[in-house]
Design a protein around this ligand. Structure first.
Ligand code: 5GP
Ligand code: ZN
Length: 117
């Protein structure tokens, strides 16, 4: 598991790596995905390091709500709220999780296939 100091999303939160930030709240940051899979593809991350959704516990209840609110604000700002959007949390290899810092994908702006590939 990556140390926090090596974590690319912690470094984006700290302003050490560039990212196109689209929204923020006291404990979350939202920025565009480097390799977008839809017209809107934004990642919402907690500003504190949390490895993934499997590391969440009851102590993260307020943080989870804050992630969801920031995601909704992103959807509104991107103009996809009315037509719909998808929120995704990948956990582990089979889901294709590559960055070990919790991130909520906000995908929209096109018809999204279900189930995902
Ligand atoms: P995962 O597959 O772990 O759920 O999603 C990781 C996402 O982070 C991928 O969609 C990937 O394109 C994105 N990503 C990886 N490195 C960076 C980066 O340095 N900056 C940004 N903005 N996105 C990144
Ligand atoms: Zn991190």
């Amino acid at each position: 598991m990556a140390e926090v100091g090596d974590c690319i999303f912690c470094r984006i939160v700290a302003g050490e790596l560039p990212a196109e930030v689209v929204a923020r709240s006291p404990h979350t940051l939202a920025f565009r995905d480097l390799d977008p899979q839809a017209p809107t593809h934004v990642l919402v991350v907690p500003t504190e390091h949390v490895a993934d959704a499997a590391a969440l516990g009851p102590e993260h209840a307020a943080l989870l709500a804050e992630l969801a609110v920031t995601a909704r604000e992103v959807a509104e700002a991107e103009g996809v709220r009315d037509r719909g959007y998808r929120l995704v949390l990948n956990v582990g290899d089979d889901a294709g999780n590559t960055v070990p810092h919790l991130h909520l994908h906000v995908l929209g702006g096109r018809r999204l296939e279900w189930p995902p590939g």
